[in-house]
Write a protein that binds this ligand. Structure first.
Ligand SMILES: NC(=O)c1ccc[n+]([C@@H]2O[C@H](COP(=O)([O-])OP(=O)(O)OC[C@H]3O[C@@H](n4cnc5c(N)ncnc54)[C@H](OP(=O)(O)O)[C@@H]3O)[C@@H](O)[C@H]2O)c1
Length: 265
């Protein structure tokens, strides 16, 4: 673990961001550093994390980890043992756009490892840690996909994000009933302009919002302790529609939208 950019004005608690080497995670790092948090930046691409750390004003610890491997999630938790974690952004994740029967099986298994197993494992460990600390904020980056009944042609991705949204809602209720002061929430954005599409072999059917707008909104709502955070009005409308309209129709519409993401589907 390396330490860079020591700053005496930094806050006492750390903000930990997984998937900080790109997109939404990188933006969380920038914003939380501006707010004075000392950071722990996590991802596989070390040089990207180093470049980011050198551009930020608060202390940054860099942890390279492949979160698709449970032992590396365990290693991350060990590295955090001596630190007070005020905010944990469980953000690392990716998608894939394909006809399910032809989709890359290894990529799908890895997606389940990163989007579901790592998120689950880190959620439990970090909530235990925050409970022992007496407080903290844990934000799971799900997706608007997690608020839909299903997403044909991105079937695995939608299923992983539904898992995250469901898990988060359930835990939030448990914490409330147990009068546990620790916050948990799920960020559920629609399209955001990041490297997501490149990794997912897709192009958005709808215009994306900027990572900055997404993160500014997410942090504002997180501080109000909102459990499900949906950054844009259009996506809020789509999520509301998914609850009102018949499920079959919503799945058909989702299929229509997803097919626009790849010409060959
Ligand atoms: N962009 C969107 O439209 C959108 C919408 C809704 C939700 N989301 C969610 O937002 C989160 C961030 O995605 P993004 O849009 O910012 O995409 P991105 O630009 O591709 O960033 C993904 C981040 O996840 C990290 N990551 C992926 N696999 C990893 C692994 N095995 N171990 C550690 N880190 C890993 C990547 O780091 P390395 O490659 O360096 O490891 C990268 O920092 C994801 O959970 C995604 O599902 C995105």
């Amino acid at each position: 673990m390396d330490t860079k950019n020591m700053n005496t004005k930094a806050k006492k608690h750390y903000a930990v961001i997984t998937g900080a080497s790109s997109g939404i995670g990188k933006e969380f790092a920038k914003k939380l550093s501006e707010e004075g948090y000392r950071l722990v930046l996590v991802a596989r691409r070390r040089e990207r994390l180093e470049e980011l750390a050198s551009s930020l004003k608060t202390e940054c610890k860099i942890i390279t980890a492949d979160l698709g491997r449970l032992e590396e999630c365990e290693k991350l938790c060990k590295e955090l043992e001596g630190l007070s974690v005020g905010i944990f952004i469980n953000n690392a994740g990716f998608g894939d756009c394909s006809y399910f029967l032809e989709g890359d099986e290894a990529k799908e298994m890895e997606m389940i490892d990163v989007n579901v197993k790592a998120v689950h494992f880190l959620t439990k460990r970090i909530l235990q840690k925050m409970t022992a600390q007496g407080g903290g904020y844990l934000l799971n980056v799900a997706s608007s996909a997690g608020l839909m009944p299903a997403g044909p042609y991105m079937a695995t991705y939608y299923a992983t994000k539904s898992y995250v949204a469901s898990l988060t809602r359930a835990i939030a209720q448990e914490l409330k009933e147990k009068k546990n002061p620790v916050y948990i929430g799920a960020l559920c954005p629609g399209p955001v302009d990041t490297e997501f599409n490149q990794v997912a072999n897709a192009s958005f059917a709808l215009p994306g919002i900027s990572p900055k707008d997404c993160v500014d909104y997410a942090l504002k709502e997180m501080k109000k302790k909102k459990v499900i955070i949906v950054p844009s009005l259009a996506i809020k409308g789509a999520a509301a529609g998914a609850k009102i309209f018949p499920t079959d129709l919503v799945v058909k519409l989702a299929s229509y939208q997803q097919k626009k993401k790849r010409q060959d589907l």
